[in-house]
Ligand binder design. Structure first.
Ligand code: BTN
Length: 247
């Protein structure tokens, strides 16, 4: 696998707005982003390997040196869309679709990236609030090749896209930067286009571990899930429930 190449990644990015640092090995690109002073409007931190990669809900993100993507883009100005993580999910699905078959890349609510019924990527959005400003950190992990013993996870090895890793990082970054310039009105339809469980039965798991079956009907402007239960339509945010039973 070719190592990450700074020049290729920066080719189509606004170099005066983005500060890019590439590490061979660090704990977590999200964690490092929290302690990195802004030299520019955007800080992009990439690593070939993470020793303490973080997932959502306090889980670990397995991050071996396999030519995967471990990236964090932090923004000096707060990116203040409630469903930012869903918008980033759309961006990842759009970019990865260019490098795979149409329809191969799906999204599982709220923002898991799924290929061939296995999770290949995830998004962890964090905020750092200080007296003067709030920075947003968008962390993205995408598996290009996972160890055979980890095969309950998915990867993109079938699509042979390893050599495009720099371009994929660059396109994802560019599209996130563009979120600052756009209204994003049609994002719900675009998200639903990639959703793998629309109008399907899913199992809702609540924070107290209780569960209930429901039909996943849609999402709202805040990125909440609209679920049809025996008691009618219920609205949940991503902190309240996770969904299972979709693959
Ligand atoms: C999830 O649980 O689905 C989110 C996973 C996010 C992993 C990425 S890898 C790059 C960045 N740094 C981290 O420590 N986590 C995110």
């Amino acid at each position: 696998m070719k190592p990450l190449n700074k020049n290729t990644i920066l080719t189509n990015l606004p170099k005066n707005r983005v500060n890019l640092t590439i590490y061979k090995e660090i704990t977590s690109t999200n964690e490092l982003s929290k302690n990195t002073a802004f030299k520019n409007e955007f800080n992009l931190i990439l690593a070939e390997k993470q020793t303490a990669g973080k997932g959502r809900h306090g889980k670990n993100w397995y991050s071996p040196k396999n030519g995967n993507i471990y990236m964090s883009l932090s923004t000096k100005k707060e990116l203040n869309y409630a469903p930012l993580s869903l918008l980033v999910g759309i961006i990842c699905a759009q970019v990865l679709t260019k490098y795979t078959n149409k329809g191969a890349v799906r999204l599982k609510w709220p923002n898991d990236i799924v290929v061939n019924n296995k999770k290949v990527g995830g998004i962890l959005v964090e905020k750092v609030v200080s007296d003067s400003e709030t920075t947003t950190i968008v962390g993205i992990g995408i598996n290009f090749l996972i160890d055979p013993q980890e095969k309950w996870w998915g990867d993109l090895s079938h699509y042979n896209v390893g050599d495009s890793r720099d371009h994929i990082i660059s396109m994802i970054t560019s599209k996130i930067i563009n979120l600052f310039n756009k209204e994003n009105e049609d994002w719900i339809d675009e998200w639903l286009k990639y959703c793998m469980h629309i109008n399907k039965e899913v199992k809702i798991i609540k924070t107290d571990d209780s569960s209930e079956n429901a039909i996943f009907k849609s999402i709202d402007q805040d990125g909440c899930a609209l679920l049809e239960t025996e008691m009618g339509i219920k609205i949940f945010n991503s902190g309240e429930i996770s969904i299972k039973g979709v693959y």
